[in-house]
Design a protein around this ligand. Structure first.
Ligand code: ADP
Ligand code: MG
Length: 499
């Protein structure tokens, strides 16, 4: 049994003057064959379904073991085949034999000739959408897929699940991700208008997946959209499957029919040449049809080894934005947000301690929170500092877990390096060289001790946590601008670590 593209020269359903009677004959035969087909279907589906989904299909002609039918719209065809694909295949094989072929053509007027018993609102919309676009398309169940990514697609491709909690509301914005968030929101509001493709890159656990799924969740909640969210690994596996089942054409056609394609972790395309070729075709087609493409990657695309140049350059045709590791305030805000979402009560000091200790992976921050919540649940008491320390030991890097520096030592060593009296660092003196040394000492106190910002501030003339944050920002800025200063800080860091 085979379903193939309708080709006019092969199968002329309208017929010419001299073949008129032949056409009538084939039309008659088509009706007979179709009746037999419906008899089989009738044993497998309810009368209601038969009337709703099969009666609007009209047999047109039958010749050389090939049946041509008309369907009211492409959407109708897809709906029918996605619901009853296997049954249709079996019934068609029974009626037409293994060598039989089934063609279909889209004819919007077919609906008027249909049963009239269809009142499904979605279906009417779909008909309205495609009315007036009578086209002839391939007839194969493998072309049909569930376009929402919330589950397993039928036919040849698997979608990835969206996490419904990955929304913009749950995503904390900070300096480290503000551009990426702005671009993502702009796409969710008006896809394919401004940034296409959008490429978001950044290290592991910094929120790429969350952000691109937020685009998907937001779009799907607002409107009916043909959207696919998929990881590059799943895409690859679908592609391989399509090769095995000789359905590459249908596979590509499916992706080319999307309005929005979101591919996560494209670094896994590296070295997979055939998959890249196929993705290249899909990318070009979507791009030229002005459909939105969103991609994520764990490094800048230009740095991907084993990715064809033509692909990596295309990936940057639109907007490329990075997500950096979040700063301390953003880390605290993310932890607070997670507590709110998960309904966990944790003191600010503890959150701050965790955020100070775990710096460059938000997944690890979350891991700490879960570990503390689990501890608290087991010991039936509120989350405390002991639990936080245990969690940090599990999730923080060894150097980050190092909590036994003495602030007094940090102040003394820093003051010496800057040539100022250490007691001045503990006072409110505003002389520039003292201010700089004090900022540096605060910066290292934050880096090397587990004390809260408030506690650190109290060692420097009773300053509050905001002053410590300000000090750290000044130093970070100076490090990024002034190479000499950066080297001085690095030497001091090494001094502190070896003293
Ligand atoms: P990536 O895909 O970059 O490896 P994820 O998107 O999987 O990272 O993020 C890891 C975890 O951190 C997720 O649970 C995500 O919700 C959370 N996360 C990351 N960034 C933020 C943020 N800015 N606000 C809230 N949660 C975040
Ligand atoms: Mg990810």
């Amino acid at each position: 049994m085979q379903f193939v593209r309708y080709a006019e020269e092969e199968h002329d359903s309208t017929g010419s003057a001299e073949s008129g009677s032949k056409v009538d004959e084939t039309a008659l035969q088509a009706r007979e064959v179709w009746e037999r087909f419906l008899e089989i279907i009738r044993t497998k589906v309810s009368e209601f379904k038969l009337n709703t989904y099969f009666k609007p299909i009209k047999p047109l002609s039958f010749r050389d073991n090939t049946l041509l039918v008309a369907v009211p719209s492409q959407a109708f065809f897809e709906m029918v085949i996605s619901r009853f694909g296997e049954k249709i295949l079996a019934a068609a094989a029974a009626v037409l034999g293994p060598e039989g072929r089934l063609f279909y053509e889209v004819d919007p007027t077919t609906v008027a000739r249909g049963s009239g018993g269809i009142d499904d609102a979605t279906f009417s919309d779909q008909i309205a959408e495609s009315a007036g676009s009578a086209v002839i398309r391939e007839f194969s169940p493998r072309t049909i897929n569930q376009r929402t990514p919330s589950g397993t697609a039928s036919g040849g491709t698997q979608a990835c699940r969206l996490d419904p909690s990955y929304t913009f509301e749950n995503f904390v914005r900070g300096k480290s991700n503000e551009l990426a968030v702005a671009a993502a929101i702009s796409i969710a509001n008006s896809p394919a208008k401004q940034y296409n493709p959008l490429m978001i890159f950044g290290g592991v656990g910094l929120g790429k997946t969350h952000l691109i799924q937020a685009i998907a969740n937001c779009l799907l909640s607002q409107r009916k959209v043909n959207l696919m969210y998929i990881s590059s690994e799943q895409f690859t596996s679908n592609f391989v499957h399509s090769i095995q089942t000789k359905t590459v054409h249908e596979f590509e056609r499916f992706y080319k029919s999307l309005d929005v394609l979101i591919v996560d972790d494209i670094q896994f395309f590296q070295g997979k040449e055939s998959t890249q070729d196929s993705f290249f075709q899909i990318f070009n087609s979507l791009y030229h049809l002005n459909k939105q493409i969103v991609l994520s990657c764990d490094k800048p695309p230009a740095e991907l080894d084993g990715l064809e140049k033509r692909l990596s350059s295309r990936f940057q045709w639109g907007l490329t934005v990075d997500i950096m590791p979040p700063d301390l305030e953003t880390r605290i805000a993310i932890l607070s947000k997670k507590c709110e979402v998960e309904n966990i009560l944790v003191d600010y000091d503890i959150l701050e301690f965790v955020a100070l200790s775990v710096k460059d992976n938000i997944r690890s921050l979350e891991g700490c929170l879960k570990s503390m919540a689990f501890d608290a649940f087991n010991s039936r008491c509120a989350v405390n500092m002991e639990m936080a320390k245990r969690a940090v030991r599990k999730y923080g890097k060894p150097s980050q877990a190092k909590q036994d520096f003495d602030i007094g030592d940090i102040i003394a060593i820093t003051a010496k390096r800057f040539g100022v009296d250490q007691t001045l660092l503990r006072m409110k003196t505003k002389r520039q060289e003292v201010v700089t040394a004090r900022h540096v000492a605060m910066f290292f106190a934050k880096e090397f001790t587990g004390f809260s910002l408030q506690t650190i501030g109290s060692h420097f003339g009773g300053r509050n946590h905001a002053s410590v944050i300000h000090a750290c920002k000044c130093i970070e800025k100076a490090i990024s601008r002034d190479k000499e200063f950066a080297e001085k800080i690095q030497t001091l860091r090494e001094d502190l670590l070896t003293t």
